[in-house]
Ligand binder design. Structure first.
Ligand code: SAM
Length: 369
């Protein structure tokens, strides 16, 4: 339905002209979930403040309660998980920390977290910087949204320590990602780097690219001057980790189903099991970046070939997804330890935290398992 609705909702929008890999539907779903006061995903209307003035009322309070718990509920599961996992990860870190968000789209987590830190909430003395990477056209649109909407609706966020730094990058290109990582990590003097992946790895091409991206991020984090620890917080689809009956791993257009054998869905988030509605089939990524296609749930499919690179991956033979995920992270670096793990319906079905344990353990701290 959103395929037809989105062009109308953004018809007179001066800031956002088009969706890129469903980041616009995701924003509307986050606004619905975020406006549900009292729910675990309530965000004080932050996502709502990114939406166009004329049409956003349709997901305002109390209308937000009218929408059936389908796509937005699925997106809410990962939002709640990531908020909590990121906060826990940050709380175990000392000193300045850089959060690098891959494929940030129109996400507003940084806008919620940075003011909290600026007010002195969270870890004391922790200097936090958010770098948000996305395609150039997305970065341009988000910058307009921030300047023309968010900073006007919430003037206190205009202070430079309260908003993210946007960096244009094509994650499918080594060179582009390299430049972006240098720009982020070369300027911030961080002691720790947290890479945050929310429903982006699954859109990267060619098949297997996500492995290279994570390797590149890890290497850049470890090589950055002064950086002692690197962690990954993710709600995404890890390559060659999903159960066979969910279809092909990351990056391959094929039907997928969700079954989550190792864990119950939603038990960590408190949003409840099986949220997200119909998980029997999922859309393939929208390569054209139009307004349409689903990602949080729903129907509509396209099929494509499996790829030998990840089918033959050494971690792919493990007996369950959690074990495959554990081995996957360890395959990137022996020190990378999966410290949190949770599954959910939808394409971005793997949620967790992986920490560079060698560095982390140097002061005797052990991240939560
Ligand atoms: C499903 S959206 C998720 C957005 C955001 N992480 C969230 O959950 O709200 C996927 C995002 O990945 C970005 N993306 C896809 N391919 C990309 C690439 N090659 N380089 C950079 N960003 C990319 C899209 O532009 C889009 O913003």
């Amino acid at each position: 339905m959103h395929e037809a609705a989105l062009p109308q909702l953004h018809r007179f929008d001066q800031c956002i002209q088009k969706s890129s890999f469903v980041n616009l539907p995701v924003l509307w779903w986050k606004a619905i979930a975020g406006n549900r006061r009292g729910s675990p995903a309530a965000d004080g209307g932050m996502a709502w403040d990114l939406l166009p003035p004329i049409t956003r009322w349709i997901v305002g309070w109390p209308l937000c309660w009218l929408y059936p718990a389908l796509h937005h509920q699925n997106v809410a599961i990962r939002t709640v998980f990531l908020d909590r996992a990121l906060n826990e990860t940050l709380s175990l870190m000392e000193g300045s920390t850089a959060v690098v968000v891959l494929g940030a789209g129109f996400d507003s987590r940084s806008l919620r977290l940075l003011p909290e830190r600026a007010r002195g909430e969270g870890k004391r003395g922790q200097d936090l910087t958010f770098f948000e990477l996305d395609l150039p056209e997305v970065v341009d649109q988000k910058q307009r949204v921030l300047d023309q909407r968010v900073y006007r609706r919430r003037p206190s966020l205009a202070a430079s320590d309260r908003h993210p730094r946007l960096i244009a990058a094509d994650l499918n290109s080594n060179t582009s990602l390299d430049h972006a990582l240098r720009e982020a990590l070369g300027s911030c003097c961080a002691r720790q780097v947290v890479f945050l992946c929310e429903a982006v790895l699954l859109y990267l091409r060619p098949p297997g690219r996500s492995v290279e991206v994570l390797q590149q991020c890890l290497a850049a984090g470890q090589a950055a001057p002064g950086v002692e620890r690197v962690a990954f917080v993710f709600a995404d689809r890890l390559p060659a980790v999903a159960e066979k009956d969910r279809g092909v791993p990351l990056g391959f257009d094929e039907n997928v189903t969700s079954s989550g054998r190792c864990h119950e869905y939603g038990s960590v988030t408190g949003i409840g099991p099986h949220a997200g509605g119909n998980t029997a089939s999922r859309d393939a990524p929208d390569r054209r970046g139009g307004f349409g296609r689903t990602e949080g749930g729903g129907t509509g499919l396209s099929a494509g070939p499996r790829h030998a690179a990840t089918e033959a991956a050494p971690w792919a033979s493990a007996h369950c997804e959690e074990e495959r995920a554990r081995r996957f992270w360890a395959s990137l670096s022996p020190g990378l330890v999966l410290t949190q793990w949770q599954q959910k319906p939808g394409l971005a079905c793997h949620m967790g935290v992986a920490v560079d344990h060698h560095k982390w353990g140097s002061e005797g701290e052990v991240p939560p398992v």
